[in-house]
Design a protein around this ligand. Structure first.
Ligand SMILES: Cc1ncc(COP(=O)(O)O)c(C=O)c1O
Length: 382
């Protein structure tokens, strides 16, 4: 196995590239693991502290490393005092964790529609869903593009709502130059291995402008402890990050800007090549440059999207729909008290979406094959 073949079968192009990424970093990762083993400290040591310090400085806030993005969201909801009977507004297009975190606190997820172009929360739909029980809104920065945080923040301020940014898909993204996670009350990142910035398996990060939230969040991520091993002040979670993941993520933090540039170069190549095709390509929003965690093509109808996926799969190219189902339509939601407002745009856009392979590790030759295959699909059909 070499770096290019890691996680793939010969001649195919994978939908995700983290096996290739980790393989490419293998020498560094092995060195970092060895250093942690030699130090003999696996939690709460200098690597976690350094990751928190560097991420906090880079993203203009205070940072706390967690075991996952899901854990970060759960702790954020609880830290803001959201609980039974409260409502929290979020887009219907997100990963289930956004809703699960709210439900875990005993609160009610309220699903609203997205903007068809950015696929992020529609601020007008969020405004229309506010009731006397609404306590917070969770904008989700989808596919690497930030939600309209100026509009969300203004709405939240008007109604005295908290804002939790779901930054799981948007490490390094900005809105008017402000880093993802630094605009809301708390930002929640996933550092799952396949994200734009990821560890070896799972990881996450909480970001907050208000330092006074830090002690409570730290307790929530460490079984309610406050630095002393045998006293548990509240019912917290086993939610801390380990030293090995912290070391790997800290290492990648310095690589992230170049990786984001590479994602943009590849995305620009796709976008230019598809300019004359009957598809909608992802684009920056004003002041919000895309970081392309995913490159979603929007096809004219669900049947064409399915046909494109089948066609690409036959040529060895894996695609995905992120996500194929609106969260309120997931079976698990039958056991969660929730409310759904009109989500017509979400339901229209999801089955028409095809995410093409895109990652810093994709070679120019592979990107060329993807372009050619999408063009061939249209030539054959038109
Ligand atoms: C939008 C969104 N929210 C939350 C999460 C949860 O993060 P994690 O998988 O690290 O728990 C993810 C990750 O898949 C995500 O994409």
């Amino acid at each position: 196995m070499n770096t290019l073949t890691a996680g793939t079968t010969a001649g195919t192009i994978a939908g995700e590239f983290h096996a290739r990424r980790v393989h490419g970093l293998k020498a560094d990762v092995l060195r970092l693991v060895e250093e942690v083993i030699d130090d003999g400290v696996f939690h709460g040591g200098r690597r976690v502290r350094e990751l928190e310090a560097v991420a906090g400085r880079r993203w203009s806030a205070h940072a706390l490393a967690t075991s996952s993005g899901t854990m970060a969201l759960e702790c954020a909801v609880r830290a803001l005092g959201i609980g039974t009977g409260d409502e929290v507004i979020m887009p219907a297009l997100t990963f289930v964790s956004t809703a699960f975190a709210v439900a875990a606190a005993g609160a009610v997820p309220v699903f609203v529609d997205i903007d068809p172009h950015t696929r992020t929360i529609d601020p007008a739909a969020a405004a229309a869903a506010i009731t006397s029980r609404t306590r917070a809104v969770i904008p989700v920065h989808m596919h690497g593009l930030m939600a309209d945080m100026t509009a969300v923040r203004a709405l939240a301020d008007r109604h005295a709502l908290a804002v939790i940014e779901d930054c799981a898909q948007a490490a390094g993204a900005t809105d008017a130059g402000r880093p993802a996670g630094s605009i809301g009350d708390i930002g929640c990142f996933s550092m799952w291995v396949g994200k734009n910035l990821g560890g070896l398996a799972d990881g996450g990060l909480l970001l907050m402008r208000d330092r006074s939230l830090l002690p409570l969040l730290r307790k929530l991520t460490d079984l309610g402890r406050d630095g002393e091993r045998n006293t548990h002040h509240l019912r917290g979670n086993r939610g801390r990050m380990g030293e090995i993941d912290a070391a790997v993520i800290r290492h990648q933090l310095d690589l992230l800007p170049a990786w984001t540039d590479r994602r943009r170069t590849l995305a620009d190549r796709y976008t230019e090549a598809f300019a004359t095709l009957p598809v909608a390509v992802p684009a920056d929003a004003p002041g919000r440059p895309h970081t392309y965690y995913k490159y979603p093509l929007t096809m004219p109808d669900p049947a064409t999207a399915a046909a494109l996926m089948t066609f690409l799969s036959r040529t060895g190219i894996t695609t995905e729909q992120v996500y194929p189902h609106a969260v309120p339509h997931q079976p698990a939601l039958s056991e969660i008290t929730h409310r759904t407002t009109g989500i017509g745009v979400t339901l229209d856009v999801l089955p028409r979406t095809v995410c093409l392979p895109l990652a810093p590790e994709l070679t120019d030759e592979e990107a060329g094959r993807v372009v050619q295959a999408v063009q061939d699909f249209h030539t054959g059909r038109l």
